[in-house]
Design a binder for this molecule. Structure first.
Ligand code: FAD
Length: 293
């Protein structure tokens, strides 16, 4: 794959279509924790700084993009991660072990303070979640990317963004960046009321929290989120709606089917991604196999 031949876009996307955009280069950044902020009992914001942010960070508007984060091995403390060589190859450095990485949404970039924020769920089972729960100022991470992103169309009157708590940072970005004058409905499944966050933006917002501890799951549905989606009244003209959904891979599959077949949205009107897979550590979302029709 020659990176120079891949599509690049700049400026607002008013085409009505999704634009899959490649960055000019994949950039590696060696960063350290400036501070960790507890947003809710199970959500922690990790604010990262470092000289590698001196030249800025390529955050795109209305594109819930993500980075690949490399973590230290909790047993050995080694932080193994790839670095680009003069011949263009990426080779691991930092130790003999395997690189350990997970994907995280770019929650915020502050160009004044040069701080990059990632929001971590403390779900308690995984390496990244455990790392975040213990992170203290000075802890190191390597962040690669973003390498590409979906630039969402900015000329729809209505948006629907839905997902579980892994998609909360992406949905928060969509709410923040959605065009003024548009209407956003957000359906967000969280464990309980203590996990609600304050989310705001310029668009008109209908924000609905679905508490997993009490919300109904209809027969045949895999999640309370799916049931909430079926209960939602979509616009009469399907062409006026753009939808984004992400979360547990098996749970978002029927959600995508409903958006496409039940609500009549075209392929270009939906982005659906499997952000994690129950029972699978280090799941790669490229294996989620969701966008197959
Ligand atoms: C594009 C993209 C953006 C993402 N953005 C974010 C983000 O901003 N914030 C965020 O917190 N997550 C985000 N995720 C999800 C995150 O990458 C995964 O949840 C990841 O598996 C966490 O790694 P871990 O080491 O904690 O758990 P792993 O070691 O990967 O998994 C260990 C066990 O925990 C389970 N598990 C993994 N994730 C969850 C979860 N969310 N809830 C409950 N159980 C889980 C697995 O099924 C497995 O059984 C994103 C994923 C993608 C693909």
């Amino acid at each position: 794959m020659n990176r120079d031949d891949l599509p690049r876009f700049s400026g607002p996307n008013r085409t009505g279509e999704l634009q899959f955009n490649y960055m000019d280069r994949l950039v590696r950044r060696d960063l350290r924790v400036a501070r960790a902020e507890d947003i809710t009992p199970r959500y922690r914001r990790i604010v990262l700084v470092g000289d590698d942010l001196a030249d800025g960070f390529p955050i795109a508007n209305f594109a819930p993009d993500h980075v690949r984060v490399f973590f230290p091995n909790p047993r050995t403390g080694e932080l193994v991660s790839p670095r680009e060589q003069p011949d263009g190859r990426w080779i691991n450095e930092g130790g003999a072990g395997k690189a350990i990485h997970r994907d995280y949404t770019v929650r915020a970039w502050d160009p004044e303070t040069r701080e990059l924020s990632l929001d971590f769920i403390l779900h308690g089972h995984g390496l990244a979640s455990r790392w975040a729960s213990r992170a203290t100022p000075g802890d190191r991470l390597v962040v690669n990317g973003p390498s590409s992103n979906w630039l969402l169309p900015e000329n729809y009157p209505r948006y629907l963004a839905l997902g579980d708590e892994s998609a909360l940072p992406a949905i928060a970005r969509i709410i923040e960046d959605a065009p003024a004058g548009a209407h956003v409905t957000a359906l967000i499944e969280i464990p309980d009321a203590a996990e609600q966050q304050k989310l705001t933006g310029a668009a008109q917002l209908d924000l609905r929290w679905i508490h997993r501890d009490s919300a109904p799951v209809a027969e045949g549905h895999l999640s309370a989120l799916e049931t909430a989606l079926h209960a939602w009244q979509p616009p009469e003209v399907p062409r006026t709606l753009f939808a984004f959904a992400a979360g547990e891979t098996q749970s978002v599959k029927p959600i995508r089917r409903y958006l496409r077949n039940g609500m009549g949205l075209t392929k270009d009107q939906v982005v659906v991604d499997g952000y994690w897979k129950r029972g699978v550590g280090g799941f790669d979302h490229h294996d989620a196999d969701i966008d197959d029709d």
